[in-house]
Ligand binder design. Structure first.
Ligand code: ACM
Length: 640
């Protein structure tokens, strides 16, 4: 029988649990005990051995080869910043109470990025390439108790580790909302802790040009200033917020960020969008457009502009000049990202010049015309011995052979690109766009697109099932993207990026057979205090044990939850109100009585402190017989 959810029935729900002391259930010990080596991303192999290493103020650093100096310096920086002391260097070999940095022998088979971290009573041994040693330090950092002052005990173990993918990226859009240098560096520092190795900096778009180009000063004088931003997602009717947005990076700023990223073994890839997403450039230099005399504006709405660069000699000179300056600022990046997405060609169709150009080049379709433009840009980038990266639209009309393709409109573009012999970075919007809400939009800040919860990111597999083994070799990895139309501040960026970035880090670094969501969630709980210490505004995930919907075959459903953060209290309601600190405090597993209505909606919220609260999570507890009557298909449990 289906029971209608009318008001009297809702009142009855309130009676189901009218106090905060429902029947308790004795605790069940999890059979899946978690070890004491908790690292994100999960290393390839951990062998726990007996004993512990005590790190204290007398511990010495021994650097066997010059290559270890960088990683040793980072370890000292970290100890000084978080624990108030650095370690002295010693050149003695095999000394007690030491941390030794050495390069591997070829037989160690650690590759470019792998490392060995051997922890024994009295000695820690770090072996790897320069980069590998840095990753080892980041693993070691996760084994140090938060806030220790004089001594820390670290469980003894042998850790062998190396990444699964060569490209482990995160992106940040600073065009829609500008983020200051200080925050960009903080973000990069955080990424490096989880062994990301690329930061894709989306520097230009319709809504702002954010990189100083000396030869074209108006790009930043005019292109970095937006009068206001539209409110919400719909342009009709247009409502502006009357809040100006501005800001750009001087070339000095860019050099500072790139150098900092380098010290964290992260390569920064600049993105200069073309030929679409160029309204800010056109506002500064209207002669680059196809509409003579038109007054272009830095765009205040969000959808891709129809104002695009005209494929003239003048435009390609402009691109060559910009690329020359950009290449000089990002010397270590093998790539310059040139966009190529969402090119609306209305103005090309209206232009006699472009129509003639198309005819003379034998370009029949829109993808062909876009691809032709991209190939010209590709040549200008190739002249500096760099390759382009472009969004997946660039493959449609034939991209330059060395172009790397970011597959954002799902995975199909990436599959086609790999088949055509291009390297591919997976960025499918349904898995790795971190501007999408992380849970029920009712309880989340404004986002774009469907929900992408933590589990969905964690379970993402960058090699599509349909891809052949040969094509799969072209997949370099994947990247999380933080588009900032609705993400206005650093705290907002942190909320959207973390902890999803940690889930993605594990997807990209860890072996597929080492991935386990429940284990990840346990390790995440261990990691959150470090993010708290560093004032990272991560989103507190749903308590473990709470699904969207849970079925019970009896009238009684057991609610068994665990806070996602170690210092969090769980508060709950069953009366439809949003829980807060004055709601019922979860004190252990309890029984929900489903009999009156066959269904109870449990709302929970984790509160770690007055200022650190999770969003509200809602779970339905449904009696199974009702589920069958309603023919609700059994769905795997999802966590918010
Ligand atoms: C994109 O999201 N337009 C690459």
């Amino acid at each position: 029988m289906r029971i209608p959810l009318t008001k009297p029935f809702l009142a009855l729900i309130a009676l189901v649990i009218s106090s905060c002391s429902p029947p308790a259930v004795p605790p069940v010990q999890s059979p899946d005990q978690v070890g004491d080596i908790l690292i994100i991303p999960q290393p390839v192999r951990i062998v726990r051995v007996g004993g512990e290493f005590e790190l204290n103020r007398e511990t010495k650093i021994v650097v066997n080869e010059e290559a270890g100096r960088g990683a040793a310096a980072i370890l000292n920086e970290l100890l000084t910043r978080h624990h108030g002391f650095g370690l002295a260097f010693s050149d003695g070999a095999d000394i007690q109470n030491s941390i030794t940095f050495s390069q591997p022998s070829p037989a160690d088979d650690l590759g470019d990025e792998g490392y060995f971290l051997g922890i024994r009573p009295g000695r820690i041994q770090i072996v790897g390439s320069e980069r590998g040693m840095f990753y080892a330090v980041n693993s070691l950092a996760q084994l140090l108790p938060v806030g220790f002052q004089t001594a820390a005990t670290i469980p003894a173990a042998d850790i062998f580790d190396a990444p699964r993918f060569v490209y482990r990226g995160m992106h940040m859009d600073v065009a829609r909302h500008f983020m200051k240098v200080e925050f960009v560096k903080k973000f990069i520092d955080l990424l490096s802790r989880y062994k990301f190795n690329y930061f894709h900096w989306h520097l230009t778009d319709d809504q702002g040009w954010r990189i100083e180009i000396k030869k074209y000063p108006r790009l930043t004088e005019i292109g970095s200033r937006r009068r206001e931003s539209m409110v919400g997602r719909s342009e009709r009717p247009y409502v502006g917020d009357r809040i100006p947005v501005e800001g750009y990076y001087t070339q000095e700023d860019i050099r500072e960020v790139v150098a900092f990223a380098k010290s964290r073994y992260i390569t920064v890839i600049p993105e200069i969008e073309m030929p679409g997403h160029s309204a800010a450039a056109l506002a500064a230099y209207p002669e680059l457009g196809c509409r003579a005399g038109y007054k272009y504006q830095v765009q205040t709405t969000w959808a891709a502009s129809t104002n695009i660069l005209c494929p003239t000699q003048r435009t390609f000179e402009f691109i060559a000049d910009v690329v020359a300056e950009v290449v000089g600022l990002f010397p270590d990046s093998p790539y310059i990202h040139i966009g190529g997405d969402e090119v609306k060609q209305d103005q090309w169709r209206e232009s006699g010049y472009v129509t003639a150009l198309k005819r003379s080049k034998g370009l029949n379709s829109e993808p062909d015309m876009n691809a032709w433009f991209i190939r010209q840009a590709g040549r200008l980038v190739n002249a500096h011995e760099k390759s382009i990266i472009g969004w997946d639209e660039i493959v449609e009309g034939g991209a330059p052979p060395d172009a790397v393709v970011m597959s954002w409109r799902g995975e199909e573009g990436g599959i086609a690109a790999a088949r055509a012999g291009h390297k591919v970075i997976m960025t499918p919007s349904t898995f790795t766009y971190f501007d999408h809400p992380q849970g029920d939009p009712e309880f989340e800040p404004p986002g774009l697109g469907p929900q992408i919860n933590l589990r969905k990111v964690y379970e993402y597999e960058p090699i599509p099932k349909t891809m052949s083994e040969a094509d799969a070799k072209f997949v370099m990895g994947a990247q999380g993207c933080v588009w900032t139309e609705f993400i206005k501040t650093p705290r907002d960026v942190e909320y959207m990026a973390f902890p999803r970035a940690l889930a993605l880090a594990e997807v990209l670094w860890s072996k597929k057979n080492r991935r386990n969501y429940d284990g990840f969630v346990d390790r995440l709980a261990n990691e959150f205090p470090r993010l708290d210490r560093d004032n990272v505004n991560y989103r507190i995930p749903a308590p473990a044990g709470l699904g969207d919907r849970r079925f019970s075959i009896s009238e009684k459903a057991v609610v068994d939850l665990k806070s996602a953060v170690p210092n969090g209290n769980i508060y709950y309601t069953v009366d439809g109100t949003d829980p807060d600190a004055d709601s019922c405090l979860y004190q252990g597993p309890f029984v929900l009585d489903l009999a009156p209505l066959q269904m109870v909606k449990l709302r929970v919220r984790i509160i770690a402190s007055e200022t650190r609260k999770s969003p509200v999570f809602v779970a339905q507890y449904v009696r199974d017989t009702v589920a069958r009557v309603l023919k609700i298909p059994g769905r795997p449990e999802k966590s918010n």
